[in-house]
Design a protein around this ligand. Structure first.
Ligand code: ADP
Ligand code: ADP
Length: 226
């Protein structure tokens, strides 16, 4: 499980996360709701090993994620799909996907299997596999970004605002795939501003405001809170 305990992050004198406590149990989809600037990306960057915390801890099945080595986190089962997708626009869809398999460099057969799995989750990408990623629609680029994270065959997938800028129908498609991945055994932590859509697929959620968790509960508890 993911255990975040009393996690604090500072940018200079500014405290972006104040003692955050959060868990994701095996098999769960957990949503982290919060407005722009709440600290969601800071938490995700910290869980991905891109940002060192000022205090507290974050572990996946007991393994610390805060050592500051993103490759370590990925090879221990935690992969991130960052906000804004961050694809290489001139490289083909397939090359972008292969970049996500970098932790399995010595396992070409596993890489091919992972590619087939991504194409089965996102059939729309099959026809586009040799096209530059930058030529795809926003929704398809998001699929490539999620697919690239899945190429590492993670146990925990961190998704930072995957619905950003996408049409509602495309958001629904992407969220359906997240449910499918989850049923295949991947735990998911999903950061979203779009509370309604995200709570529809989540088992539990947290609300973050100004770097602190201010509410937590099940889908029903969060939806009925006023
Ligand atoms: P969210 O993802 O919820 O929009 P962020 O984690 O991006 O929130 O930002 C949380 C707070 O930290 C904001 O006030 C933001 O301006 C600030 N912040 C984020 N990144 C940096 C940075 N690299 N340096 C200084 N302040 C930052
Ligand atoms: P594209 O069709 O977009 O060129 P390919 O998947 O055919 O993408 O190839 C991408 C690059 O990855 C090529 O340089 C190829 O030689 C290399 N490659 C092919 N198979 C593997 C593999 N199993 N693991 C790592 N690299 C590979």
């Amino acid at each position: 499980m993911l255990e975040v305990r009393d996690l604090s992050v500072k940018y200079g004198n500014f405290t972006a996360l104040h003692g955050v406590n959060l868990t994701v149990n095996p098999g769960e989809i957990v949503v982290l709701l919060g407005a722009n600037g709440a600290g969601k990306s800071t938490l995700f960057r910290t869980l991905s090993g891109l940002q060192r915390p000022a205090g507290g801890s974050a572990t996946w099945n007991g393994t610390p994620l805060t050592g500051g080595k993103p490759e370590f986190n990925v090879s221990h089962g935690v992969a991130q799909c960052p906000e804004g997708r961050l694809l290489f626009p001139q490289l083909s869809v397939q090359k972008n996907l292969r970049l996500g398999a970098y932790v399995h460099r010595r396992d070409p057969a596993g890489t091919e299997q992972a590619l087939e799995h991504v194409y089965s989750l996102f059939p729309a990408l099959v026809q586009k596999k040799h096209d530059p990623a930058g030529s795809l629609s926003g929704g398809q680029q998001q699929m490539v970004a999620i697919g690239r994270a899945l190429m590492a065959r993670p146990q925990l997938l961190l998704l930072d605002e995957p619905s950003l800028g996408l049409a509602p129908l495309v958001v629904e498609q992407v969220f359906q795939v997240l449910q499918q991945i989850n049923q295949e055994g991947v735990s998911v932590l999903l950061a979203e501003q779009n509370a309604f859509a995200a709570l529809g697929i989540a088992h539990r959620g947290y609300v973050m405001e100004s770097g602190q968790i201010t509410l937590q509960g099940t889908q029903n508890e969060l939806m009925n809170d006023d």
